[in-house]
Design a protein around this ligand. Structure first.
Ligand SMILES: C[S@@+](CC[C@H](N)C(=O)[O-])C[C@H]1O[C@@H](n2cnc3c(N)ncnc32)[C@H](O)[C@@H]1O
Length: 293
């Protein structure tokens, strides 16, 4: 077991290594010279050090996330912070490449991780709003080098559309105006799915139980094996009613209740427990699902 003491020891050892090179180099630039490295590397066991052994580092991360998931006090603190900051529209305070993205930063980072890991060739999102999330997905797919994004919203002002489509990677984006559960919208989405696509779906439109359940029945079957289905705003189940404004969803009827009802109808999806455990400040508890078959 590598505990904190061991990490501290490695950190000190590494600092001595840096100091040694610094002290014995004529210029700071000499730090980079390979001629200094072999002798000191032999004294520093990078393989054994969890900071530089990627497998050990990943193992430790997972262990800590699992422990975090069992820590009721920590979860309660995170919940309180989530609810308190929700009153200030904390999730509205962020942008991606200049576009408002209505997500919490840890959720944005988690989605970046699943995009990188699962490499979808098609991301479908219901609920575009300003377009920050659509621009986010498309920019990451641009960096990955392949993939398209379809965004669906019942309200899609021309100004928003122009802003979303102004980026050099906007050729990856298709915007559809209409209700996400309308037959014609679904037909237009299906036309965009290619037989060999790896499809990921994000549901973030109307958060009522009935609407999300209807979306799940229509869009979840499009998700490919090993890709993700993300159901946003499952946090509503745990939030006090009407925080901060009156909504047609609340505890007892919301995206999480819809998701639970849908999971009783299918065995294709499993909650990604690792993501669930590590996200503390999130709008999407239990909402990251991997398609397992
Ligand atoms: C929470 S916002 C989306 C936020 C966006 N995904 C982001 O991360 O920045 C919800 C959006 O869903 C849209 N919406 C509401 N009902 C809808 C429906 N029936 N079909 C499609 N979009 C809908 C709203 O117009 C609104 O823009």
């Amino acid at each position: 077991m590598r505990g904190e003491a061991e990490i501290l020891r490695y950190t000190l050892q590494f600092n001595v290594y840096i100091w040694f090179n610094w002290r014995h180099s004529r210029t700071r630039a000499n730090l980079c010279f390979a001629r200094f490295l072999p002798a000191t590397f032999s004294q520093f066991d990078f393989e054994a050090c969890p900071m530089f052994n990627r497998n050990a580092f990943e193992r430790d991360k997972r262990r800590q996330a699992a422990a975090q998931g069992q820590d009721a006090q920590l979860k309660s603190l995170a919940h309180d912070l989530n609810v308190a900051s929700y009153q200030y529209d904390y999730g509205y305070q962020w942008t991606w490449l200049g576009m408002p993205i209505i997500q919490l930063p840890p959720d944005i980072l988690a989605v970046q991780e699943i995009l990188w890991e699962a490499r979808p060739t098609l991301v479908i999102e219901t609920g575009v709003a300003w377009g920050g999330s659509i621009v986010f997905y498309a920019s990451i797919l641009q960096l990955i080098g392949e993939g398209r994004v379809v965004g669906i919203d019942s309200v899609l002002p021309d100004e928003n559309r122009r802003e979303i489509l102004k980026y050099p990677f906007s050729h990856r984006i298709t915007l559809l105006n209409g209700s996400s559960i309308a037959d014609e919208t679904l037909a237009a989405v299906r036309d965009l799915v290619r037989p060999d696509d790896r499809v990921m779906v994000m549901l973030d439109s109307n958060h009522t139980h009935d609407h999300v359940l209807a979306e799940l029945r229509r869009y979840a079957p499009l998700v490919s094996k090993d890709q993700y289905l993300v159901v946003s705003d499952t946090c509503v189940e745990y939030f006090p009613d009407q925080v901060p404004r009156k909504r047609p969803w609340g505890p007892g009827a919301n995206p999480l209740t819809a998701l639970r009802a849908y999971l009783a109808e299918t065995d294709r999806f499993a909650v990604d427990e690792h993501i669930d455990n590590k996200l503390l400040l999130t709008y999407t508890p239990h909402g990251y699902l991997r398609c397992v078959k």
